[in-house]
Design a protein around this ligand. Structure first.
Ligand code: 5AD
Length: 362
């Protein structure tokens, strides 16, 4: 029954239909992706402690709150010692993996600092902590250096697979070039990382056809991980002037959930994140995303003092109490959908393990 609804294998036209689905058809889609998820990656959710290293960025993307031209924020960079403290915290609390995310910079001192953080993080955790980097486009040499120092995974969102839309969202220069970004993804794969990419959903000028192509792009790139979320307008960015064109909150959320659901169906054994940004649209969005396909959560463990400056988008929800309370609350919420946290596990992508026949601890 559900198979007929889906008309598996999914054609581009069918993807477009399903992205526009609502009511019973949408429900059937979610039921199918839930089953696909449970069969392939189970009901365990992996944690990645997110450390926002710096909001200094060389780029000037039209949608992003930490873009170079935004003079309304105070720029910060965590001290090396602060990062290591956060890593220790994550490890002790059983996170299993961390993500180091930063505005994009290419200076030698920046790559040296990341390198030192990777080495020390592995050292103080007896090689047990999984490390994901999300530090933008870098040279092949830098990617290799960080990989050899112990980084396991790399997230680089293509943002949109449509070159036409990409050009509308970025300044026209070599720093913001679609082909360069596409090539960076290839470099990362060649280097040996578990490869992650993703897109923003509900952007101005974005069509359902483009989102269907995003799904096909990710599948054809043979990614190991996917992190995507709704676009949220930011007052201090050029794209803000198009806010009237955006789909309303409920539609944007439903579109984001359908993208997650279809990603799970197209790429059954990859890791998919329920990204923090989903919560801007709905307090229960994390559980909803996990229930229909996602299996990774990235709680923010950046020292609280710096958090208010790392606003890629506005209305970001902050933890009510402490990090501990946030985790306890998350556990309770996951229980309501019969999921549990995979404490002390790196939670590597099953897709990668299978592809590369590497022996990686669970
Ligand atoms: N809304 C949603 N996501 C955003 N990002 C940047 N700006 C926004 C925004 N306004 C996302 C981009 C980037 C990631 C770190 O944050 O996809 O890759």
């Amino acid at each position: 029954m559900i198979e007929t609804i889906l008309n598996y294998p999914l054609s581009r036209d069918r993807l477009i239909d399903l992205l526009s689905s609502s009511g019973e058809e949408e429900k059937a889609l979610f039921n199918y992706s839930t089953a696909t998820k449970l069969k392939n990656v189970g009901n365990e959710v992996y944690l990645r402690g997110l450390i926002e290293l710096s909001n200094i960025c060389d780029k000037d993307c039209f949608y992003c709150g930490i873009r170079k031209s935004n003079n309304n924020i105070t720029r910060f960079t965590l001290k090396y010692e602060e990062v290591i403290e956060s890593v220790k915290y994550a490890y002790e609390k059983g996170y299993g993996s961390i993500v180091i995310q930063s505005g994009e910079r290419s200076s030698r001192s920046f790559s040296d600092k990341i390198d030192k953080i990777i080495r020390e993080s592995k050292k103080i955790t007896n090689n047990n902590i999984g490390i994901t980097l999300s530090c933008g486009e870098q040279s092949e040499e830098t990617y290799l250096r960080w990989f050899e120092s112990g980084a396991d995974r790399y997230l680089l969102r293509i943002e949109t697979s449509s070159e036409e839309l990409y050009k509308k969202l970025h300044p026209k220069d070599t720093l913001h070039n679609y082909t360069n970004r596409r090539n960076a993804l290839e470099l990362l794969r060649k280097t040996g990382y578990q490869l992650g990419t993703g897109v923003m959903i509900g952007l101005p000028f974005q069509t359902t056809e483009m989102l269907a192509d995003d799904l096909i792009f990710m599948r054809d790139l043979n990614i190991d991980m996917c992190g995507m979320g709704p676009y949220i307008e930011h007052t201090k960015t050029p794209l803000y002037k198009f806010r009237e064109q955006l789909p309303i909150t409920t539609v944007r959320l439903s579109l984001a959930l359908k993208m997650i659901s279809l990603s799970r169906i197209l790429m059954p054994n990859i890791n998919i994140a329920a990204t923090t940004v989903l919560k801007v649209l709905d307090q229960k969005a994390t559980e909803k995303a996990i229930a229909i396909g996602a299996n990774v959560i990235m709680p923010n463990i950046t020292p609280l003092f710096y958090r208010k400056e790392y606003l890629l988008y506005e209305n970001r929800s902050e933890p009510l109490f402490s990090f501990e309370d946030e985790l306890a609350l998350l556990e309770k919420r996951l229980e309501t959908i019969s999921h549990r946290i995979g404490y002390n596990k790196q939670g590597n992508s099953k897709h990668y393990t299978k592809n590369w026949s590497r022996c990686i601890p669970e």
